[in-house]
Ligand binder design. Sequence first.
Ligand SMILES: Nc1nc2c(ncn2[C@@H]2O[C@@H]3COP(=O)(O)O[C@H]4[C@@H](O)[C@H](n5cnc6c(=O)[nH]c(N)nc65)O[C@@H]4COP(=O)(O)O[C@H]3[C@H]2O)c(=O)[nH]1
Length: 839
Amino acid sequence: MNATPKENKTVLIVDDDAMTRVLVVEALEPEGFVVEEADSGARGIEMFQQICPDIILLDVSMPGMDGFECCRRIRSLPYGERLPIVVLTGNDDDDSITRAFESGATDFASKPMRWKLLGHRVRYLLRASETLESLARSEASLKYAQELAHVGNWEYQPGNPDGYWSPEVYRILGLDAKKSPSSFESLMQRVPEDDQPQLLQSFINLRTEGTSYQIEHRITRPDGAEQIIFQQAEAVREQGRTLALRGTLQDITERKKNEAKIEYLVNHDALTDLPNRNLLSVRMSQAIEQAHRGGQHMAVMVLDLDRFKFVNDSFGHHIGDSLLKAVAARLKAAVRDGDTVARLGGDEFVVILPGLTAPENAMIVAAKIVTSFNEMFALGDHELHVTTSVGVSIYPEDGINGDTLLKTADAALYAAKDKGRNCAHCYTAEMGVQIEEQADLEKGLHQALLRKELELHYQPKVSLKSGQVYGVEALIRWRRPGIGLIPPDSFIPLAEETGLIIPIGEWVLRNACAQVKAWHIAGYKDLTIAVNVSALQFRQQNIPELVRNVLADSKLEPKYLELELTESVLMQDPETIALAMRELKEIGVRLSLDDFGTGYSSLSYLKQFPIDVVKIDQSFIRDVTSSINGASLTKSIISMAESLHMTTVAEGVETEEQLGFLNINRCDAIQGYYFSRPLPLNEMVKLLAEKTHLPSDRCHSESAKRTVLLVDDDKKTLSALKQLLGREGYHILSTTSQQEALELLTLHPVGVVICDAGMPEIPGTELLLQIKNLYPEIVRLMLSDYTELQTVTDAINEGTVHKFLSKPWDDDLLLAQLVESFQQHEVNAQTTQTPDIRA
Ligand SMILES: Nc1nc2c(ncn2[C@@H]2O[C@@H]3COP(=O)(O)O[C@H]4[C@@H](O)[C@H](n5cnc6c(=O)[nH]c(N)nc65)O[C@@H]4COP(=O)(O)O[C@H]3[C@H]2O)c(=O)[nH]1
């Protein structure tokens, strides 16, 4: 239907009398109207829908559908509601006029009529209808706007308690417009008692003095819901007389809820619901003020969970999160209601104890907190034992503002950790020196780059297959004037904290790549360089792009660059890091996982990252010869890396025994003081020039090929054998004790064991059986006289002993047997895999 405004208004005449229709046409068309005709009620409705007239003239008495019915139907159709309909009735037909209005007619005209005046009548009705239409439109848009804004308006006239309330006022109050009076009293009934006095007083002032008001108050809707209302009101006054009181009423419940929610989120930690850093700082200021006024003390405790990362990464983040929630609950239970427990992020919590009468009480509470962790945390199917370390500082002794108190408590926390964790430590004055030193260090570090105080040292990495130096790790040093060489552990964390690691990291990368390129040119063609990349660099920099630029500038082939990332880098944002790592792999650089084992990565976790090299942390290497745990963990790491086609580099190798262990367990390469410390450039150049390498018997393939273990309680036999084999260049280990024999095997890459059959502690066959089970690749020879022939034959049949050598032996025969045995060992070594003790 066309509802757009038309130039010439259209009049629809519905009448069965053709004469009346002609008269209407003749009266209206000369006046500029377009007249359309319908000869019945039904046709009239049809035409109304087709042409959308501006006005209808409708005869009441028609055959079929009369004018009343026709009028009713049009009113119920779209656009028919407010259309002017003039009903044509007979003269003085009062009944028809009444019925016509009841049916919805706008006006009536009696026939016969003065046709000349019809034009005026129609024009007047059209104008009135337009006015009504525009009023209806603005009412509708006001209603809509009020609905949208949840604003209603009201107005009262003096002397009349019932005023006007817009539909939205009723909606907001939850009242029915037909049943509830629109009076101030009726509004007050919905206002809770507590809020009534303020509203009443404001309304009285408005009425008596014309004082406008803006107030917030609550209302209770009939369904019990409580809403928050914002009311504004003013008096319309003329010459000191109040003509009307009017105002608006806005439902601001949602806004208030959102404001409260935002305020809560801004001030609380989403995971634990504890106050966050924002609210903590407010609470600290309040507590300081309270302590200041009351001449009391207050305590700030900073605490974190010992080895939280282990939990998070071993059991998954959901268990880590549950632990943090449980810790929050435990901390709250350990302190009083007026105390504040806040979470700063990660596993770092802060407790404030306001209004302390004696500072010593803080340590009592701190100890209580530490002890409260003795009880296991039950998290889903897991029961975990987690400990905490606490640093305590006291107002005003250790700081007079929140920042300083946090810093001093932090320093105390470090001291607690140094003490071995799972304890609380109070701040002491000496720690202040450290804080100042830190500030001084930070200042100096800012200038270190500009003043060219940084330098690189290089630590060789040696292949255990070839014994050759195949690469170096670049390690930064800060040569600080007046102080000397500062190791990275003393300034890299600070560089990370201050963001200085970004320019420093780039400096290291550029210099390292340029240096290794220079070595290539000097003839050390395949030397690789490893550079440490910190977590912050990955987070704040486009590392792949930087690497691309540096490689292009230095003209270094990507395969010679290795980037060392720690597990903490991978943990930051695993998906983004994995993406960056894949990009780096596409560039062609190698990626290694540094300090492996100190983090808590599981095998499945590592699979998602394209890692080429696993560097086994020195803490494990240190332990390989002294602790079963260290040894088995290292073995597991090597076999895990092997199964993932990664190479292994053992870090911090210092002793022959550690090297032996790594050789036996087929670690690929070593780095450590055993071979070389990190060297300044000139010394590194010398090491390369001298072609320093590991002797071949210290490499796994070679050393195992040539190492014989002799076990005999007879020292003379041992000495004779040592002489014989020593002349042939074998590496010989010897012992009179079976226990020591087993220990030697854990440390050395032995290829062949020669054992006496008649040992006093346990029979030789039993020792060889143990060796067979532990190291199946080792070839086992038995030395015996003919008195033990039966036992030896049985052992050979069972596979415990490979060959039998008679006592006294023939030197040539024994040497020939040994050559054959080492060949056999090589075959065994290729078919026997290192057992994965975790499997
Ligand atoms: N006890 C013992 N220690 C050994 C032995 N062999 C090597 N080390 C030391 O172990 C550290 C190995 O480096 P890292 O694990 O990457 O650990 C590095 C690395 O994480 C970081 N670092 C060094 N240079 C840089 C750098 O340029 N950028 C970044 N982001 N970190 C660096 O500082 C850490 C410490 O570096 P350094 O003090 O040079 O310490 C080096 C090295 O001197 C050994 O046999 N025994």
